[in-house]
Ligand binder design. Structure first.
Ligand SMILES: [Zn+2]
Length: 457
């Protein structure tokens, strides 16, 4: 059944007493942490928040409007005050005169540091224009599963209208960047009564005049979507209904433990990988379902999702009705090789003249029918986060396929984000992995004093 009683509605956790003494910047931080604390509101590291605040210019002493917006990297749930970039609004507006059109939008990122207010060293993110050009003072951009499920439906425009009426508009898919910022501004000017907009294949924008109103609106809009899905999908089976019964928990773990070292050996050619196993309710429902293979092949939709999970997962040949672990292990190598070949073909089909070189062609996500999901990444935390992201993607497919036809992002769009030069620049700025990263150590006597101290280190 598609109904999920435990999911329920998001609670409005704004506390007026706590918020009362706060400055505008502190209110932005408070709102961001509240929103990011619930993964149904936005995925890890996904989305951003902003406020336009009047402040004294340290150079002229005059009051100027400053955009506070989540900076590059970081997560709204755990962001601290130094995670926000601060930029002069008048300079951001002046950038419009320098804009040479969508083919040159990436160069606008280079101008953002020139707009910095108060020598703030936090780099502004590529989403900055999306916040700057919405005229309202407070703007939330979130990646809620329930909204992306609408945004990734074939008829997302009609669904948005049906659920939200005139309150929330809709914009077609556009890679985040300067052009999308101008689209949002145009939308706001043409629709002064709108409270937000659904971005196709991406997420939600909401805006308001105060921090509290913006927070409450974001929560209300997501709850409206959750309620609509509950009503519309009541009594329907998710993912075409079950094809397999999930194996018992101990058996699932035994099979994962047998598969993971094998897969690790096969995919650690370029760099050592560490695995993570996940068999929560949402994952099990998906890997046991009739439509799993077909949906998995369509790939994920929200750009944040596939940057962490690759465009699609690898489905391991395993039949939980007639488990034959030896046969599965024997088939693994050819599945892994087929995945690499497909990935290389995708790269060749979509590459542009200036695309960065092909990256690790191995799958990140491995779906095992009746058992669960295994993810591999450079360290345990990244592998766990990839699993979290694919779980978000499962929730999105569950919603979209329950009310419409689910659509992944078009392949070329996905490639252009995966191999975006700005994304490549971000990767090249990442610190070099530490010498033991990706390695697994056995500490003898790990329960004793020196042994446990060694293990912790
Ligand atoms: Zn986004």
């Amino acid at each position: 059944m598609l109904e999920r009683t435990e999911a329920g509605r998001l609670a409005n956790r704004w506390d007026s007493k706590t918020a009362e003494p706060m400055s505008e910047a502190e209110l932005l931080l408070y709102r961001s942490n509240l929103l990011g604390a619930d993964k149904r509101v936005t995925n890890y590291g996904g989305g951003n928040t902003s406020a336009k605040v009047m402040q004294k210019d340290p150079l002229t002493g005059e009051m100027v409007e400053v955009l506070w917006v989540k900076g590059s990297g970081g997560d709204v749930g755990t962001i601290k005050m130094d995670g926000f970039a601060t930029l002069y609004m008048d300079k951001l507006n002046a950038l419009k005169h320098l804009y040479r059109g969508v083919d040159f939008e990436d160069e606008m990122v280079g101008y953002l540091p020139h707009c910095t207010f108060n020598l703030n060293t936090r780099a502004a993110s590529i989403d900055t224009p999306l916040h700057a050009y919405v005229p309202q003072k407070h703007v939330d951009h979130m990646h809620p599963d329930a909204i992306i499920a609408i945004a990734a439906s074939e008829n997302s425009r009609e669904l948005t209208r049906q659920i939200f009426g005139d309150d929330i508009g809709w914009l077609p898919w556009k890679r985040p960047g300067y052009e999308l910022g101008l689209w949002l501004e145009k939308f706001c000017l043409e629709n002064p009564g709108a409270k937000g907009v659904v971005l196709e294949s991406h997420g939600l924008f909401t805006w308001a005049d105060t921090a509290e109103a913006c927070y409450s609106l974001t929560i209300d809009i997501i709850n409206q979507a959750i309620a609509w899905f509950e009503k519309t999908t009541a009594g329907k089976q998710a993912f075409g209904g079950p094809e397999h019964t999930a194996l018992p928990a101990t058996e699932r773990r035994r099979i994962a433990a047998a598969l993971m070292p094998r897969i690790r050996g096969m995919v650690s050619g370029n760099a050592r990988m560490v695995g993570h196993f996940e068999d929560g309710e949402a994952v099990l429902e998906f890997v046991c379902s009739r439509d799993m293979e077909a949906l998995a092949a369509l790939g994920t939709s929200c750009p944040d999702h596939f940057l962490r999970t690759k465009i699609r997962p690898l489905v391991v040949a395993f039949d939980p009705g007639k488990p034959d672990l030896d046969a599965t292990i024997e088939s693994l190598m050819s599945s892994v090789e087929a995945y690499r070949d497909e990935y290389a073909a995708y790269y060749e089909r979509c590459r542009r003249d200036d695309s960065p070189a092909i990256r690790d062609p191995n799958a990140i996500v491995y779906l095992v029918p009746g058992v669960g999901m295994i993810t591999f990444a450079k360290d345990k935390a990244t592998a766990r986060i990839s699993a979290e992201f694919y779980t978000n993607a499962i929730n999105v497919m569950r919603g979209a396929s329950g009310v419409s036809t689910y659509c992944g992002l078009p392949e070329q769009e996905a490639f252009d984000i995966e191999y975006w030069l700005l994304e490549e620049a971000k990767l090249s700025r990442m610190p070099k992995p530490k010498s033991l990263a990706g390695r697994i150590a056995i500490v003898t006597g790990g329960a004793g004093g020196i042994g446990s101290a060694t293990a912790r280190r």
